[in-house]
Design a protein around this ligand. Sequence first.
Ligand code: NAP
Length: 295
Amino acid sequence: MKVDNRVTGKTKIAGVIGNPIEHSVSPQLHNTISKYLGVDLIYVPFRVEAGDIEDAVKGLKALNVIGFNVTIPYKKEVIKYLDENSKQALLMGAVNTVKNINGRLYGYNTDAEGFSRSFKEETGIGFAEKRVFIIGAGGAARAIAVKVAFEGAKEIFIANRTTSKANEIADIINYNISRIVETCSIKDRMTEDIFQNCDIIINTTSVGMYPETEISPLDGTGLAFSRGHIVYDVIYNPAKTKFLKDAEKAGCKTVNGMGMLFYQGINAYEIWTGIKLSSEITRKVFESIKDILPC
Ligand code: NAP
């Protein structure tokens, strides 16, 4: 039998903490990148029980991993156990990537970076001077709204079933970044004008996600897409939600959440290793793992 040299005494370690963790495709994604680049790094999943997150973070630090991802349900809680967090991650209220720099743990949010990168790659446009309409006000909405504000959006409108959560995100951005956010009700007739005047429409709710694929957050609201809208859905399962199908019928450019999922991982890898992945490597990695991505 030949010696298995994939892991040696010199191999660097990264991983992901969360619960559940069995469904995660991050190990395959990161290990495929390392294989392509010839980097001596292994990425492993760690299921952490509620109440054990502080011990898990201390343990990873003591074991000198190069970094780790944080997934549901610990993206918010982990912040208080890290040595420092990026300003954007703090405003987003969530960390999904941690880097170990000389024994100190630094928190970042690459979900929002993944969103931004996939949006620009697939549409060819950025957010500067754009009017953006965001449906939903959960964790994904907050990260996206903060990112879009940092990238120079002209106006952001947030419509959510629970108004108080939309107001909370608006306050965070208006007081810390720029006074560009307003909230509105998706069912208000006044919202129709706002919606029509926006350049970019983003669904950040879980409405339309598998298995309830026949519904859209716009059902029953009277809001309808126009040809000029660029429409993004953070959902990646199914690949084409009813929201995106309706947008396509209206002639809009549409993008699903698969690129966001993929690029959050690419960006995390770049943060840990300091290697900027070329578009050729990125494309090769995507081709290799696309069949195991969840849609
Ligand atoms: P979250 O914090 O729980 O927020 C859920 C949002 O959906 C809230 O705004 C909630 O409104 C709204 N919502 C849920 N059910 C609704 C309904 N029946 N009618 C109207 N609104 C409803 O979840 P999250 O972490 O933001 O995730 C949201 C979606 O983003 C999920 O589908 C998730 O898979 C996806 N996501 C994708 C990526 C990616 O990489 N592509 C990354 C993160 C998340 P209320 O506030 O009124 O409850």
